[in-house]
Design a protein around this ligand. Structure first.
Ligand code: UT7
Length: 333
């Protein structure tokens, strides 16, 4: 029997309507459209408004759309794996909540927490379930309501993040398509530069932690920047060399969208022209686990069966990785 590969057979994103522009941010903190465009490259980000809506609400919207467009019944789903830095609750996992919201009843589910590398880690994990031959339809959903943990009095972090969700369906194939290889890494000592100080078991919520604004993202931007530029490019170049990929035969780079300067530096190290790099950071900012599948969704029509694609991410942890896949189907364009 030939080897079973796991291939993406559908992708769907979802973003809230509200657009938080740089001009509006400039009324909240001491910043400007010019500074944000120059140093980060974000013009606006989407914000989920309304009580009683968390990241699972967005994730469920994406999964529902995915099931509809792929003509899949919720009953057929064997496994749903969620990922995100902002789950609805500490427990249970968002995967369980999303499964309930969309009517997935015959499978099981859990979450993976790897901050901005969450989508890559989760995709690889899901692929292994499919490659085992036992699981036929597996959903990966990245959903992050970053506005819930963003401090809108801190100008060094509040321009960066936005809210979104996106999901993919993975299925088995015996064709030479789908997820081929990954190079991942973690360095836990990096946690000191990017984390949320309180709310976990180490420092549960108290009046003091709320007063000290410790339930928001804490980031030392420059330390993260340096690490991100190096690691994301290192593993992506390594992946190219390992599989004899060049600027000609590599169709797309799908980078995590954290900072335009990091994306450009990575593409430069890989020798790729900008036309081969998926970039939508201007419109959504850093949506953590949703950035990469959001790009796949927005570029879906341009993707062709057999396209060589590298996904690259880095994030809190520190975590980083590069994943190589051959795209599974022709887009409409
Ligand atoms: O996916 C999660 C991983 N996170 C990231 O990838 C983020 C990585 N880091 C970055 O993208 C960048 O470090 C930032 C965008 C966060 C900051 O850019 P930077 O070029 O590293 O700026 P900086 O922190 O070195 O600050 C330069 C100056 C400072 O002023 P002084 O001390 O030179 O007077 C900051 O106070 O820019 C100031 N500054 C701002 N000015 C206007 C910082 N934030 C702002 C702002 N508006 N929003």
């Amino acid at each position: 029997m030939s080897k079973i590969n796991a291939v993406i057979t559908g992708v769907q994103g979802w973003v809230p309507e509200y657009r938080l522009t740089n001009d509006e941010l400039s009324t909240m903190v001491d910043t400007s459209d010019e500074w944000i465009m120059q140093r980060i490259g974000i013009r606006e980000r989407r914000i989920l408004k309304g009580k009683g809506k968390g990241s699972a609400y967005m994730g469920a919207r994406a999964v529902k759309g995915l099931l509809e467009k792929t003509n899949t019944s919720p009953d057929e789903i064997d496994l749903i794996i969620g990922t995100g830095a902002t789950p609805d609750m500490m427990f249970p996992a968002n995967a369980n909540i999303i499964a309930d919201m969309v009517g997935i009843k015959n499978g099981f589910g859990f979450d993976i927490n790897a901050a901005c590398s969450g989508f890559l880690y989760t995709l690889q994990t899901a692929a292994q379930f499919v490659e085992s031959g036992r699981y036929k339809k597996v959903i990966v959903v990245g959903a992050d309501k970053m506005s819930a943990i963003t401090d809108y009095t801190d100008r060094t972090t509040c321009p960066l993040f936005g809210d979104a969700a996106a999901a993919v369906l993975l299925e088995p194939t015996e064709e030479d398509l789908g997820i081929i290889d990954h190079i991942f890494g973690v360095d836990g000592s990096g946690r000191h530069h990017l984390h949320m100080k309180a709310g976990g078991s180490l420092k549960p919520a108290t009046h003091e932690t709320v007063d000290a604004r410790e339930h928001f993202i804490y980031q030392e931007g420059q330390a993260v920047f340096k690490f991100a530029v190096t690691k994301m490019a290192d593993v992506s170049v390594e992946m190219m060399e390992k599989h004899q990929l060049t600027s000609e035969n590599l169709a797309w780079l799908v980078p995590h969208q954290a900072n335009m300067r990091i994306i450009e530096a990575t593409a430069r190290r890989m020798g790729l022209p900008k036309e081969k790099v998926m970039i939508n950071i201007q419109r959504y900012g850093n949506t953590t686990t949703a950035t990469i599948p959001m790009c796949l969704w927005e570029w879906e029509d341009q993707l062709k069966k057999g396209d060589n694609v590298i996904l690259a991410a880095f994030g809190g942890g520190f975590t980083w990785g590069s994943l190589y896949m051959k795209w599974g189907y022709d887009g409409k364009a």
